[in-house]
Structures are given as structure tokens and as C-alpha cells.
Design a protein around this ligand. Structure first.
Ligand code: ADP
Ligand code: MG
Length: 467
């Protein structure tokens, strides 16, 4: 680092720079860091002024516009005697080749801002290499929340000579399968119609390609590339909301493709009408074809997805663990998959089968975050209603089976549906001991095996409590 610099830099500043870099890496993540910040070199520190450099003007401008403030703040925090920074373009003979090619990055990291010198390598791009092989229709589990989006995606993928709807606009919250469906469409089309030219990219990547084309005065080529495809898929279109020139270019590309009767597929995190910062004409165009939203998952779908994952991976795991995860990790599918992977990795590491206990232990933080704050009181109330006993019986010391059993069910549900500890649960049940709760959980677990009607009661209660 900074080895080119003929001026010696104070070792303190060199160390400080290492810390600044570490923090930048942590804050922005590896992908962004590697694309933008990795090539910053420390050139000199003059008084309270830090001088750094980057190999190209484009890089420098981007970093100045997007990261300079934060870089300055971190410098000042690490060494309060410093007050200002500047980043110059350094004169060097072989800078740009060192910069990572974005084509090497997988599609999910399309958020990475790719910087390349010279001409585009798009001509050599094959769509297959940009698509995640796991994201196929076969691997997509269909449920109520995503059936419309799935059916629409299939229709588009299977259409031979007609365009069923243009554009297909898929929207929904993060981690609900939008990218998965788009890749699945890509796989299916390249399989069914190998002659078709398919392009998939994130709106972000579209923007960087466009900016780069502007910079290299290569916009003709850019336009040509995008307007000659048969199927264009742009993921996370909300990214270009508020980015006016990119939006304008996208609008023209969009119109050109629609005019030629070529298929466009767009995803976004919200409906076209809700895209703030998007021009009205663009919003209305996005809604021209079919708009399909993906809703948050329900329990059945989450369980289905988990089952399909373990089946594919041929992993033997207690069904109750999957049920537990499907009940408790409700945020989105990405987190659900992450949770399963963590549990499996842990069991692999310690060489023991996964248990409910270890699952709760390993996922403590995630479970907290996903806690839909079902309260113990709520559980008690529902259970009391369901079994026709008084709420006060949840706290009482009556031991008659007619009240003791429902009370045990409530404790069992409290353990399953909240992240309260056994002693905490005990306290809420008239100050019972944690061993009583433990016993109740075990007892109900055992009874569920043989008692179908109890098992159904419990499932019903769970569903009611979760909705
Ligand atoms: P989005 O693009 O909506 O943020 P992704 O498509 O990236 O979400 O999905 C996140 C993860 O969840 C991916 O690994 C994807 O394979 C998985 N996933 C989402 N929905 C489903 C589903 N219905 N069946 C199987 N896997 C799914
Ligand atoms: Mg996505």
C-alpha cells in the first residue's frame, strides 16, 4: 500500500489507514469494497489533510460522490488530528486491469458496481452463466401467496411466438422469490428456445452499464445491445427511481422493445403506482401488462419450502424442527433458508443430530427478531376459550384433568411460539416452577404422537395465534 509514493508516510498514518480500510470493508461489505474502495491508496498526510488516490477519473468521481463523506468521518474518528481528505487520480501505467471484472460475480451480487475499462464484454456473455442454477421452476415451491406470480412466470416462459403480457411486472417484499422466478424464466426460455436472446440484469447493473457507456462515449453500442434482445429482465427496478437519466434511457429501451413485440419482465419491491421517484409515464407503462404481487408466505408454504430443501439435500431431520422453523421464521424465505442452513451447519460441526433445543439455541437472535410478539396472555386466552375453561384456571393450582391438560397445552404453545424461557413461562402460569413447564412440554409432545384430536387442536390453535 502506498508503496509507489516516494514520500515516506508516518507509520501511525499507515496503521490508521489500515484501520480505516478495515472499517470500510466491514461497513460496505466485500462486494462494494472490492469494486470501489479496494484500490484507494494513501499517498500522503499533510498536516490535517489526507491525500489518497484512485487509478481512474471515473472511479474517483464515483467514490467522491458516494463514499467520500464516510471515508473522511472514519479517518477523523481514527485520528482526531485529521480534518479533511482528498482523492486524486493517480498517474500510473497499469491500473485498470487490476480491477475485478464484474462478469465473475454471481447474479445476486449484481448490486456490485462493476467497473471496467474499455469495451463491454457483453458479446461473450451467455445468459446461462448469469443465472443461478438453483433458481429453477422445479425448485420453486408454490403456495397461495405466490401462485399468481408463479403462473404468470410460467406462462411467459412457455410462450413460443406470442407475448402473453408485456411487461410482466412482479413485485413483493425482499426474499420472497422475485429473483428466483426471473432466473427460472431465463432457464426455461434458454432451454425451450435456445435461439432466443435473453438478458437478465439488475436495474443497478443496467444503470452502471449506462453510465459506463456514457463515459466511454459508447451509448450507440449500449442501445444496440439492449434493443436487440428478445427477452429483457430487469430486477429491482425501484433502484432507478430518482435516477433521472438512467430512467429516461430505460424508458426508451422499454418502448423500443415493446414496439418490436419483445418480452420484458420487471421486478420491484412495490407496485408500479407506488414507485416514488419514478416518472408518471414510466409508472403507467410498467403497469401495462400483468402486475403480479407476491405476498408474505404462510405457514404451509414455509413448511413446504423447508421440506423441499431437505429433500433435495437428502438430509434426515426431525419434521418437528421444520415445523418449528416454519412457525417461527416468518420474515421471508431467504431468512428461513438461512436459519435451516445454520441449524444444519451447527449439527454438522458438533456431530450431533439437530434437536429442538439446539435449534432454539443456535437461532436465538433470529428467533427474537422474528418474534411476532405473541404474548403468553394471548395464548392462555385462546387456549382457555378453546377448551372452555376460565382464564383464571391458567394460574390456579387446580389439578383436575379438564383444566390441567389445557394449561399444559398453553405452556407447550408458549414454549413453541414465544422466545420466553422456561422460568419466565412458569411465572406467567401462577408462579410455577420451570420444571413444571418442562414436564408439560414433554407430556404434550408425547401425547401428540398418539392423540390425533389433541394434535389437531394444537395445530388449529397455533394457526389462530399466528394469524
Ligand atoms: P427476492 O428477489 O424477492 O428478494 P429471492 O428470489 O432472492 O427473493 O429469494 C430468496 C431466497 O429464497 C432464494 O434462495 C430463493 O431460492 C428462495 N425462495 C424464495 N421463494 C421460494 C419458493 N417459493 N420456493 C423455494 N425457494 C424460494
Ligand atoms: Mg431479488
Amino acid at each position: 500500500m502506498a508503496s509507489r509514493d516516494p514520500l515516506p508516510i508516518d507509520q501511525n498514518h499507515v496503521d490508521c489507514w489500515t484501520r480505516v480500510r478495515d472499517r470500510l470493508l466491514k461497513e460496505y461489505g466485500e462486494a462494494t469494497f472490492n469494486s470501489w474502495l479496494k484500490n484507494i491508496e494513501l499517498d500522503a498526510v499533510k498536516g490535517s489533510h489526507v491525500l489518497m488516490s484512485l487509478p481512474t477519473k471515473f472511479l474517483r468521481d464515483w467514490v467522491i460522490n458516494n463514499y467520500a463523506n464516510r471515508i473522511r468521518q472514519i479517518w477523523c474518528q481514527e485520528d482526531p488530528s485529521l480534518q479533511s481528505i482528498d482523492i486524486q487520480v493517480r498517474e500510473t501505467t497499469t491500473p485498470v486491469q487490476e480491477i475485478q471484472s464484474p462478469e465473475a460475480t454471481p447474479p445476486e451480487s449484481a448490486t456490485v458496481i462493476p467497473v471496467e475499462a474499455g469495451m463491454d464484454k457483453d458479446a461473450q456473455d451467455s445468459i446461462a452463466s448469469q443465472l443461478d442454477p438453483r433458481f429453477t421452476f422445479e425448485n420453486f415451491v408454490v403456495g397461495k401467496s405466490n401462485e399468481l406470480a408463479y403462473a404468470a412466470a410460467r406462462r411467459v416462459a412457455e410462450a413460443k411466438d406470442t407475448i402473453p403480457f408485456n411487461p410482466l411486472y412482479l413485485y413483493g417484499g425482499v426474499g420472497l422469490g422475485k429473483t428466483h422466478l426471473m432466473h427460472a424464466i431465463g432457464h426455461a426460455i434458454t432451454e425451450n428456445c435456445p435461439h432466443k436472446k435473453v438478458r437478465y440484469l439488475s436495474a443497478e447493473k443496467f444503470m452502471y452499464r449506462f453510465i459506463r457507456a456514457l463515459r466511454y462515449k459508447d451509448t450507440m453500442n449500449f442501445k444496440e445491445q439492449f434493443r436487440s434482445v428478445d427477452v429483457l429482465m430487469i430486477d429491482d427496478v425501484q433502484f432507478i427511481a430518482g435516477k433521472d437519466t438512467t430512467q429516461e434511457e430505460f424508458f426508451h429501451t422499454f418502448n423500443a422493445l415493446v414496439d418490436q413485440n419483445h418480452q420484458i419482465i420487471i421486478s420491484g419491491d412495490r407496485s408500479p403506482t407506488d414507485l416514488e421517484g419514478m416518472e408518471e409515464r414510466m409508472r403507467s407503462r410498467l403497469g401495462w401488462g400483468l402486475v403480479a404481487d407476491i405476498h408474505p408466505t404462510d405457514y404451509e408454504l414455509r413448511l413446504g419450502i423447508l421440506q423441499s430443501k431437505v429433500e433435495q439435500a437428502q438430509i434426515d431431520i426431525d419434521g418437528r424442527i421444520l415445523e418449528f422453523l416454519a412457525h417461527r421464521i416468518t420474515s421471508n424465505v431467504r431468512e428461513l433458508e438461512g436459519a435451516l442452513n445454520r441449524v444444519l451447519a451447527y449439527s454438522d460441526l458438533v456431530g450431533r443430530a439437530v434437536t429442538l433445543e439446539s435449534t432454539q439455541e443456535v437461532l436465538r437472535d433470529l428467533l427474537r427478531a422474528n418474534d411476532r410478539r405473541i404474548t403468553i396472555e394471548e395464548i392462555q386466552k385462546r387456549v382457555a376459550e378453546h377448551f372452555n375453561i376460565r382464564m383464571s384456571d391458567m394460574h390456579s393450582s387446580r389439578r383436575a384433568r379438564a383444566v390441567a391438560r389445557p394449561r399444559q397445552v398453553a405452556m407447550y404453545l408458549a414454549k413453541q411460539l414465544t422466545s420466553r424461557s422456561l422460568p419466565e413461562i412458569g411465572r406467567k402460569f401462577g408462579g410455577r416452577d420451570h420444571t413444571t413447564v418442562m414436564h408439560a412440554v414433554k407430556k404434550i409432545d408425547e401425547l401428540r404422537e398418539g392423540d390425533l384430536s389433541l394434535s389437531e387442536d394444537i395445530d388449529l390453535l397455533k394457526r389462530m395465534l399466528e394469524n
